[in-house]
Each structure stands twice: as C-alpha cells, then as structure tokens.
Write a protein that binds this ligand. Structure first.
Ligand code: OAD
Length: 241
C-alpha cells in the first residue's frame, strides 16, 4: 500500500490569518524568539512566556481552517492509513477541518502540561491563569504544551518512521529552518514542495542546494490554499498509480 509523508508548517495556516514565524510581519519580528520560545527564556521569565502563549491561544480562537486544511482532511478520510501527516504547527485548524491521524511535532496550543507528572490536559483558547493546577497530581507547576528551543522533541521519532514507510514526500508552508527539509527530500524519489516563496537553504553542512526547492522533484510556487486542488491531484495520482 503506497503511503505519503506530509510535513506541514506555519505557511499552511497563513491564509487562515495566523502569522508565520520567519516571514516579513512574522512573529519573530515582534518578539525575541529566545525570550519567548527557548528553555532558557522560560527559566528566566515564566510570566512573559505564559503571556506569549496566552496571546497565541486568544488569536487562534476566531480563526477558521482554509482550503488546504480541508483538502488534507479529505485526503486522510479518502486514503485511511496512507497519509502520514506530521505538522510543526501547534494550532488546531487541521483537527477542526477533520484530521484525526495527525502528529504534532512541536506540541499543541490548546493543551497545558504538568511539569511534575507530565499530564497533558485541555485549556482550549483561554488564558493560563495563576491558579492553574494539574488535574492529575494537583501540582502548581503547569506550563504551555509547546516544545521550546533547547528541549527534546520526542515526537521527531515519527519523522524517521514516516520516511521509512513512504514513497512520496510533501512539504507545505515551511521555511525548512527548524526541520531541514533538504536531506529529507533527498531520501525520496518523488517529492513536492508548496511555498509561495523560494527559501534559501541556510542550515547547510556540506549541502549544495542554494534554495530548498532544488532538493524536491516538484515545486508548486503558490500559497497552500491556492495550490490545494493541484496538490490533491498529484497525491491522488501517486496513491492510485
Ligand atoms: P516559518 O515561519 O519558518 O516559515 C513559514 C513558511 O511558510 C515560509 O517559508 C513562507 O514563505 C511560507 N508561507 C507563507 N505563506 C504561505 C502560504 N499561504 N502557503 C504556503 N506557504 C506559505 O514556519 P515553520 O517552517 O513552520 O516552532 O517554522 C518551524 C518552527 O519554527 C515552528 O513550528 C515553530 C518555530 O520556532 C515551535 O514553536 C517549536
């Protein structure tokens, strides 16, 4: 049975009105990434980091899935077990579009996590309050459920599993700067990149591509929503080919 590995990033949710990180107007232009998204920043100022994620949750509440989220949910429903979808996104727009078999590589915005017992529990779109307690062990040491720079990302093991099982790699809306998509794409005979912009490959260590799209066999230089029907057709063609 043919399988497809999909890696999505912040660009997938851009047309829903959620800001990406590294674009012009992205979140890292307003915030100092090391202050709000690193283990070091968290130890230095927990209130600042908590406020940052409270703001992200509030911002997500009124956003809606776009055509690309809906197309990916349709694929999953039509090809059960054949779509291995890993997302770097912490929003819940793919779930709201109907995705059920999704791996969140960087955690989830709509949950909190207990630092004592590790329990993960829903917070929805509301702010984390000062009175927050773990529902399991009642600890006060409660935090957002998003992976920070300088922390392990245990879900990354799914990347290697998906590479081993799939024959087509699809990367949508990622700059490739956190998860380097160039070596991943090179593992596949067929690969598709969707991004309206040509991204430079800057994590290189002995790599030769100047742009990440050069490592892919197909580059759809469009926004994810605009590319969704074309991409659906290409994935369907592979799965049924
Ligand atoms: P980035 O912000 O680094 O990159 C977003 C990419 O989406 C850029 O390459 C844009 O050109 C592209 N893009 C913008 N609009 C688009 C659209 N409408 N359709 C398709 N693509 C579009 O986001 P990621 O690569 O996802 O980590 O960032 C990876 C990680 O960096 C995030 O998961 C986050 C951040 O630190 C954590 O929060 C742990």
């Amino acid at each position: 049975m043919r399988k497809v590995m999909i890696l999505s990033g912040a660009g997938l949710s851009a047309e829903s009105g959620i800001r990406t990180f590294r674009d012009h107007d992205g979140l890292w232009e307003e915030y100092d990434v090391m202050k709000v998204c690193s283990a070091e920043g968290w130890e230095a100022d927990r209130d600042l980091v908590t406020e940052f994620y409270n703001a992200r949750r509030k911002d997500l509440a009124d956003k809606e899935p776009n055509a690309a989220h809906r197309m990916l949910a349709r694929l999953e429903a039509e090809y059960p077990g054949q779509i291995l979808h890993l997302t770097q996104n912490v929003d819940d727009l793919l779930e709201r579009a109907g995705c059920r078999e999704l791996i969140h590589l960087h955690g989830t915005l709509t949950d909190l996590r207990c630092e004592e017992c590790g329990a993960v529990f829903p917070v929805g779109y509301r702010s984390q309050s000062l009175e927050e307690r773990c529902p399991e062990c009642h600890s006060e040491r409660v935090r957002h459920n998003v992976v920070m720079f300088g922390e392990p990302a245990p879900a990354y093991r799914h990347i290697y599993e998906a590479v081993a099982q799939s024959g087509l790699f699809v990367a949508i809306g990622t700059s490739g700067q956190v998860i380097d998509v160039v070596p991943l794409a090179r593992e596949f005979e067929r690969s598709i990149l969707v991004n309206p912009k040509r991204e430079r490959h800057i994590t290189s260590f002995g790599d030769h591509e100047e742009y990440i799209d050069e490592a892919f066999t197909h580059f759809i230089q469009k926004k994810a929503g605009e590319a969704s029907e074309e991409l659906y057709g290409m994935i369907q063609g592979y799965l049924e080919g």
